[in-house]
Design a protein around this ligand. Structure first.
Ligand SMILES: [Zn+2]
Length: 363
């Protein structure tokens, strides 16, 4: 059960002049088995791409809300990369601390990072910032890839850290997931919870892309992972048609809200912006519509809870206290289920509910 990949005490004492050599790490460490809740087996979903072909399956019945994986990522680093000479080093040091099989996994998962020029650019930036030497081109490419992967995965692990876990990378993707991954910012841990009851033998699946995205957006966002999704929502069936219609509407609403809230840099900027041009006052109604649309989508529990929470918070700010109470009370069980009771959003939801008057007024 030793999840710690090893001590980095010596590394901490190195001066910034020292050379970091990932090759110098011990190579005889063994892989620990996944958490007892999981069994590794060949996944029918993985046909190409990362070369693993494995997935994590429930070795017992798992109830909705139960924690399936909780781990400190093997690789975490501040994403304020080039602001000083310690951050680039921290990424390389974190990489050097990973077990060899995880290093291999990390480097092989994102096979799309093949642009040699870009990798060498990263390596050059690193050697300059951290004041180290990388004698061979092979080393430069390897370090470049460590950074390229870091950049491409950082967003999934909170705002300021990137993480790669022991068990987390074993989970495959589905657009209709049965589990959700939350990065606990306070405790710096990756937590995966079941978002519905999972029978023994069923594969644990996460969505690597926003759950509300329509098919074309999902396909685009999944491209870097090197596989084509063959889940129920991506197939040709009644559910796929129904969910596509909902997701199109949800995605459009989300992109409109994003456009209103942030003038640029929205994650949904590729979506078509409607000419009806809704205004900021329309956001609560749009959020309420989103919560309603997500009703028929058990895989969107996380998004539903977060959307209701956001709506409750806005109602509270607008002094619509009865409405705030209604939406926060709606959000709370979903947040608790998907994010846990110690999560910051869940706690904030409880805190806001506590401040609202018990009696109903304002409607
Ligand atoms: Zn899919």
């Amino acid at each position: 059960m030793s999840g710690n990949p090893g001590s980095s005490k010596d590394r901490g004492r190195e001066s910034s002049q020292a050379t970091s050599r990932p090759e110098s790490i011990p190579s005889s460490r063994q892989t620990t088995p996944p958490t007892p809740m999981l069994t590794l087996a060949v996944s029918p979903l993985v046909t190409a791409g990362n070369g693993q072909g494995l997935g994590a399956f429930a070795s017992q019945r798992i109830k909705a809300g139960e924690v399936i994986i909780e781990e400190k990522p093997l690789l975490t680093a501040d994403v304020t990369l080039w602001s000083d000479d310690t951050s680039p080093r921290s990424i390389v040091d974190a990489f050097a601390d990973m077990w060899p099989d995880r290093q291999e996994y990390y480097l092989n998962r994102y096979t799309y990072v093949a642009d040699e020029r870009k990798l060498l650019d990263y390596a050059t930036a690193y050697t300059a910032a951290a004041n180290v030497e990388l004698p061979t081109k092979q080393e430069k490419l390897k370090i470049g890839k460590v950074f390229a992967i870091f950049y491409n995965t950082a967003a999934s692990f909170g705002n300021f850290d990137s993480g790669f876990g022991k068990d987390l990378p074993r989970l495959n993707h589905s657009c209709v997931p049965n589990a959700a991954h939350i990065f606990d910012e306070t405790r710096k841990r990756s937590v995966v919870r079941a978002i519905r009851d999972i029978p023994a033998g069923q594969e644990i699946l996460l969505s690597y892309v926003p759950e509300i995205a329509p098919k074309n957006v999902r396909a685009l966002k999944l491209e870097p992972y090197g596989f084509t999704c063959t889940c129920l929502a991506c197939g040709e069936n009644d559910y796929a048609n129904r969910t596509e219609a909902r997701r199109k509407e949800l995605w459009k609403l989300q992109s409109q809200i994003d456009t209103l809230e942030f003038s640029e840099g929205s994650e949904h900027e590729e979506a078509v912006v409607d000419t009806e041009a809704p205004s900021l006052e329309d956001i609560p109604d749009m959020l309420a519509l989103m919560v309603k649309l997500m009703k028929g989508e058990p895989a969107m529990q996380v998004a539903r809870g977060e959307t209701a929470y956001k709506l409750g918070k806005q109602c509270s700010q607008m002094q619509e206290l009865a409405l705030a109470k209604k939406w926060l009370e709606f959000a709370l069980p979903l947040l608790t289920l998907c994010r846990g009771e110690n999560d910051s959003l869940t706690k904030d939801c409880v805190r806001m509910l506590g401040k609202l008057p018990a009696s109903r007024h304002g409607l």
